[in-house]
Design a protein around this ligand. Structure first.
Ligand code: MG
Length: 261
């Protein structure tokens, strides 16, 4: 479990609920299940190409490799992923490719984009609670159209002051966001499921972070959590003044946010 490695020295849990912070909240696999649907599609894809006789592991490897290559060209999202599957299909099937199979692959779109969103337990009530006490900004990565449709379909849109959908969540993206909204980094928390896209770049940008591991996480989003740059030490006797960046909270469930914010 790579998730469980985190720098304990950085784990400074606030003693009391924090007043009026800015919470940047990730969407996919933080508010609702996403990767599980992709896993189901890959599994269906393996069944579909079963007639070619390749081992499932080999097929999965081909999908992973093509996906990572294509993310750089086409970005994230269901549309990009389905094109990748079709490319892998054509490569594996060669002259045995069938038009009906390509239609089936395009049909996986229903699983990825048209099934009702399944919010994680406690998400709706927790956002309602948080929105009354703090500023909430949705900060997600991917295709702007796809992501926006999901936010609207989730019914959660009114909880957020704004939605920020970016092609890549890296340190620069966090710094740009903070600057554009005129935020004080020490009061900003990124809440998300991905060490690679939510936690590490936020800490590197001098923000705080709340890591909520997802049960069905995408391997691509994992990496070891790294502390951010040193933050100014609080005056002696004022340990945990609550006014410094670089704090990290690890929570089991989204609803646990209510205990800290
Ligand atoms: Mg996520």
């Amino acid at each position: 479990m790579r998730h469980e490695r985190h720098p304990s020295a950085e784990l400074r849990v606030p003693r009391a609920k924090l007043e009026r912070q800015v919470l940047l909240i990730d969407a996919d696999d933080t508010l609702w299940e996403t990767n599980l649907h992709f896993e189901r599609v890959v599994s269906a894809f393996c069944d579909l190409v079963g007639f070619l006789g390749y081992a499932n592991d080999y097929v999965r490897q081909q999908v992973d490799f093509a996906e990572r290559t294509n993310i750089a060209r086409r970005g994230y999202g269901a549309g990009s992923f389905l094109l990748t599957l079709e490319e892998v299909y054509l490569k594996l099937a060669g002259h045995r490719a069938q038009q009906a199979h390509r239609q089936q692959i395009r049909g996986f779109r229903r699983v990825l984009l048209e099934e009702p969103l399944r919010l994680f337990d406690g998400v709706a009530e927790t956002l309602a609670y948080l929105a009354a006490r703090h500023r909430l900004l949705l900060f997600s990565r991917g295709d702007a159209g796809e992501q926006s449709r999901k936010v609207v379909a989730s019914g959660l849109a009114p909880r957020f002051e704004s939605w920020e959908i970016v092609p890549e969540k890296n340190e620069a993206a966090y710094r740009t966001l903070v600057e554009r909204h005129g935020l004080r980094p020490a009061q900003v928390w990124m809440v998300g499921n991905s060490p690679r896209f939510d936690i590490n770049p936020a800490l590197a940008a001098g923000l705080n972070a709340v890591f909520i591991p997802a049960v069905h996480s995408w391997e691509y989003e994992n990496e070891e959590i790294r502390p951010g740059p040193p933050v100014p030490t609080a005056p002696s006797g004022a340990e945990g003044s609550g006014d410094e960046g670089g704090r990290l909270l690890v929570l089991q469930r989204f609803r646990d946010l209510q205990e800290h914010f």
